[in-house]
Design a protein around this ligand. Structure first.
Ligand code: FEO
Length: 401
């Protein structure tokens, strides 16, 4: 059975939801599922914007067939060729052999790499090109590295609809609700939108900034991303989040404490620190055990908060492997401009503090590591008491509190 929704006159959402996929990109948990958004424009010509992951292709085809109601599909615009959107291109070619695909040069290269037979179907566009399909004229805007190099966004100059590809997307299945004003985004979606952005696109902040600059020149009425809710109002809220995330500016003044503990002693120090911070008025504190928190959640909070404390046991004379993995992810995603405090533990050769400091200083950008730190030997004891109090004070000082 088809399942479609009208977006604006002539335009319909023809995507679908996936609750069965456990890991997006086979890395990131998606307990709330994910949507793959695709859109069909019914003008003098019929135009499909992107396809969907193979997993929901059957639903997608039913949606398209219902709306076309016997008409042929004339055009397929591909804004992004990653397989969660491009996987069903070949099925579209088989069912609609007269279709012309409109996309970028790099996108066609990728289609060939993925084995699609696209000869005779190609209409290559670049920045500023337009195509008219009847009432609607679409202009194309290149968006390289948001999130792959071939990416572009498409803008309908007739009605102000922006097809934004991965930009402004989110994890989470739509489950009937299509627009931002049909959900409580700040309460129910923001955490997943942040986790999606920071883990998928986070590395490419300067490219997102370039796209935001271009977006400011467009009179946007509706934003249609490839995942998650569509936006038809409150653009400032969304654009402000994207601006902060892509400049690597924290959203909130607060402390994320991430600890790596083998037997509970480093965990205990993290809890003592959290209690002292809250007692001194820092209410915005979150505590994560890196061993049982998926790194995508750690990354999202690392982007969210202004301050971070990394508390790690020493393991085989190095940083605890899971904490090291978190550091590597932060580096890979280009996180910068954070204030960091360190807690070290080790029973026979404590080294994790010095090693984490070296990583932050040498491998990452603009990380400000506090001079004060807590160095434990096996467990937090009376000898650490004044050290912990000084550490707390230095965090407060750095927060201007
Ligand atoms: Fe949802 Fe970069 O693909």
């Amino acid at each position: 059975m088809y399942c479609v929704r009208k977006v604006v006159d002539d335009l319909y959402w023809v995507g679908g939801n996936d609750h069965r996929l456990a890991l997006f990109e086979n890395i990131h948990p998606i307990p709330r599922g994910v949507s793959y958004n695709s859109y069909l424009l019914l003008d003098e010509k019929t135009v499909l914007f992107d396809t969907v992951d193979w997993e929901i292709c059957r639903q997608f085809i039913e949606n398209i067939e219902h709306l076309l109601d016997g008409r042929d599909l004339d055009y397929l615009i591909i804004n992004h060729m990653e397989p969660d959107h491009g996987a069903s291109i070949e099925e579209i070619l088989l069912r609609y052999p007269n279709v012309t695909i409109i996309s970028t040069e790099k996108s066609f290269l990728l289609m060939r790499q993925f084995g699609f037979s696209i000869d005779g179907h190609i209409d290559e566009v670049k920045e500023g090109d337009t195509r008219t399909f009847g009432k609607h004229t679409i202009t194309f805007v290149e968006a390289p590295m948001v999130h792959w190099p071939e990416a572009m966004v498409s803008f309908d100059v007739t009605n102000g609809v922006l097809f934004s590809a991965d930009a402004f997307g989110s994890f989470g299945a739509l489950d009937g609700k299509l627009f931002n004003d049909e959900v409580n985004f700040d309460r129910d979606w923001l955490d997943d939108a942040r986790r999606y952005y920071t883990n998928i696109v986070g590395k490419y902040g300067p490219h997102v900034q370039a796209l935001l600059k271009k977006a400011k020149t467009l009179d946007i009425k509706v934003i249609c991303p490839l995942h998650g809710p569509l936006w038809r109002n409150d653009f400032a809220y969304l654009l402000n989040k994207y601006d902060q995330w892509s400049r690597y500016e924290p959203e909130e003044k607060g402390v994320m404490i991430a600890y790596a503990s083998m037997y509970g002693n480093t965990e205990s120090a993290a809890q003592v620190l959290a209690a002292k911070l809250v007692e001194k008025g820092v209410k915005n504190v979150v505590v994560h055990d890196v061993s049982n928190t998926h790194v995508s959640y750690l990354i999202a909070d690392a982007f969210k908060y202004s301050h971070m404390v990394l508390a790690s046991v020493t393991y085989n004379l190095g940083i605890y492997p899971i904490m090291h993995d978190f550091l590597m992810h932060m580096k890979a995603l280009n996180l910068q401009k954070r204030t960091i405090g360190l807690i070290e533990n080790g029973s026979w050769a404590p080294k994790s503090g010095a090693l984490m400091k070296r990583f932050l200083d040498e491998e990452m950008k603009q990380m400000s590591v506090l001079n004060s730190e807590v160095a434990m030997v096996s467990t937090l004891n009376d000898n650490n008491k004044s050290e912990m109090d000084t550490f707390v004070d230095s965090i407060l000082d750095s927060m201007d509190m």
